[in-house]
Every structure is written in structure tokens, then in C-alpha cells.
Design a protein around this ligand. Structure first.
Ligand code: ADP
Length: 287
């Protein structure tokens, strides 16, 4: 098989998108849907597509500088060790950091708790021309909050519709939203947790609380299923990304980002000065 064959034969937009009838129970966490090739091919393609992504991102950034109003928001969710950090490092790491607005959402602070749950989310939205990255997000307010009953069911139960309406407003304002759930299997999570303990350079990533959270796996899967079922409108569907193979997840997110930027039909902004006149001035300086 030639190298050109070892690529996407079906776009991740199609294969990974959560549609009606999607069930986590049937999900293949180690799958590589739509991709013909192995890890080596994947890493090779990631680099090539990273260059393309970087070019597109520069155009988005340029548009933002030229009074454009559009932006992109990548929402990353996943169980502990699913690889959110790796996506930030290996995918967003391929583009100019000036164009990326990254925000992690942890346990809300006292101040954040005194506001509506979307308050801190709204403050972190990407400005025009930027790619915003949410490492965890408003979905924690229907995931961890639901699993641990941090608020009563009638409170979190209303949030799905509220989130859909809130996201639609952001879309109307010019933000494209890509929601990626990194789906790691419990077996692979165990491997990754144990690797973290075996390697002193990974101890900083280990949180004893992650083992406690693992005990709620089924409740989390139920909460994720509800998120997929209730918050996948056409304008901002979820993408369920098999994450047991890190190289595949990184490649898939790269592709989703690139395809989203491509669909924006970005163009280099026209000069707001007389190019010929400026060329003449530069020529004059050479004399
Ligand atoms: P990570 O696990 O992503 O590397 P942290 O160790 O800082 O980062 O964990 C963030 C924690 O914050 C997670 O346990 C997550 O469930 C929790 N969290 C995020 N948002 C909320 C929220 N709205 N309510 C309660 N807990 C939250």
C-alpha cells in the first residue's frame, strides 16, 4: 500500500460525530475509524496536517487583526488520563501560541461559585481571530456535578437546554464550537495511572483523587451519554474520539480543527494601505 493510501478514507467529521442512537456501550475506545494506517503513518500525517493547520490559524489570526469577529472554540472533555493535556501540547503546540487562548477549568473558586455556572466560561471565551481551548468546560456542570450530586437533579437537569441555547448564541456571534470527548477505556486508564506511579517524571500528574473518581466510572458514562444525547445539535455536535491510542486522538482533533477552519473560507485580509506607494517608498530607501 502506498503512503498516499494510508490516510483518512472517511473524514472524522463523519465517523466521530455523535448522532442519534450513539451508545457508549458499543464504543470502540481503541478504534481508528476512517483511518487506514498505523501509529507511524499517523505521526507522519499529524506533522503534515499540523503545517496546514498552522497556515489556517495564521489566516484566522490575521482576520481577527483586521476587524474580523470570528473565532473557534475547542472544548475538551474526558476522564482523567484521557489525554486532554496531550492534545493541547501536541495539536495546539503545532500552531502559533499567539493565536491560542487556553483555559483549564478546575473546581470553581468561591468567587466563581457565587456566580451563575456559565459566568466563568463566558469570561474565558476566545477573542476574535483566536482558537480558544477549554480543558474541561461548562460540561463539568452536568458531569462531575451530576455524578456527585453537587446540586439537586432539578437544577442540573435544566442545564442541558440552557447550554444548548448558550452555545447557539456564541455561534450566532461568530464562534465555531468543536466539542471533543476523549474516550479512554477503563483498562487503558488503569495502565496510564500505573505508569504515572512508576515514573518519577510523571508523579506530578498523579492525583490520588483520580483513583476515587474511577470508582464512579459507570455514573460518569451515564452522564456522558446524557451529554451526547442532549447536547449534540447540528450546529455544535459532540465528537466522540477513541483515545486509547493517543496518536489517533491527536490526529483526529487536528483534522477536526483543520476542517473547521477550512469551512470558514478564510482569506488574507486586503491591505488597508496603497501597496504600490509603499513599495515605491521601500525602493527609494534602497537607492
Ligand atoms: P485535570 O484533572 O484536568 O488535570 P485538575 O487536577 O485541576 O485538572 O482537576 C480539575 C478538577 O476540577 C476535576 O476533578 C473536575 O471534575 C473539577 N471540576 C471542574 N469543573 C467543575 C465544576 N464545575 N464543579 C465541580 N468540579 C469541577
Amino acid at each position: 500500500m502506498g503512503k498516499q493510501d494510508k490516510a483518512w478514507h472517511q473524514s472524522p467529521h463523519e465517523t466521530l460525530r455523535v448522532r442519534d442512537g450513539f451508545s457508549i456501550t458499543d464504543f470502540d475506545f481503541a478504534g481508528t475509524p476512517g483511518f487506514t494506517g498505523d501509529k507511524k503513518d499517523g505521526k507522519h500525517l499529524l506533522k503534515a496536517r499540523g503545517t496546514h493547520l498552522s497556515d489556517l490559524q495564521e489566516q484566522l489570526f490575521a482576520e481577527g487583526r483586521a476587524d474580523g469577529t470570528r473565532s473557534v472554540l475547542l472544548v475538551l472533555q474526558g476522564m482523567d488520563t484521557a489525554g486532554k493535556g496531550g492534545i493541547v501540547r501536541h495539536v495546539l503546540g503545532m500552531v502559533d501560541p499567539q493565536g491560542v487562548q487556553h483555559h483549564s477549568f478546575g473546581v470553581p473558586t468561591q468567587k466563581e461559585r457565587s456566580h451563575h455556572y456559565l459566568w466563568r466560561i463566558e469570561k474565558a471565551l476566545p477573542s476574535a481571530g483566536k482558537i480558544g481551548v477549554f480543558d474541561r468546560s461548562h460540561y463539568e456542570d452536568v458531569l462531575v456535578v451530576r455524578v456527585h450530586e453537587l446540586v439537586p437533579p432539578d437544577v442540573w437537569g435544566k442545564r442541558y437546554d440552557e447550554i444548548n441555547a448558550w452555545e447557539q448564541r456564541r455561534i450566532d456571534e461568530g464562534t465555531r464550537i468543536i466539542k471533543c470527548a476523549l474516550m479512554v477505556s477503563p483498562q487503558e486508564q488503569l495502565e496510564r495511572l500505573s505508569q504515572r506511579l512508576d515514573r518519577p517524571d510523571k508523579h506530578w500528574k498523579f492525583n490520588p483523587g483520580d483513583i476515587d473518581e474511577r470508582g464512579y466510572w459507570d455514573a460518569y458514562m451515564e452522564a456522558y451519554q446524557a451529554v451526547f444525547d442532549r447536547c449534540s445539535p447540528d450546529a455544535a455536535p459532540w465528537y466522540a474520539i477513541p483515545a486509547d491510542r493517543k496518536w489517533f486522538a491527536r490526529m483526529a482533533v487536528t483534522e477536526l480543527l483543520a476542517a473547521t477552519l477550512e469551512a470558514m473560507n478564510l482569506e488574507w485580509p486586503a491591505a488597508d494601505f496603497d501597496v504600490d506607494a509603499q513599495k515605491a517608498r521601500v525602493s527609494a530607501l534602497r537607492k
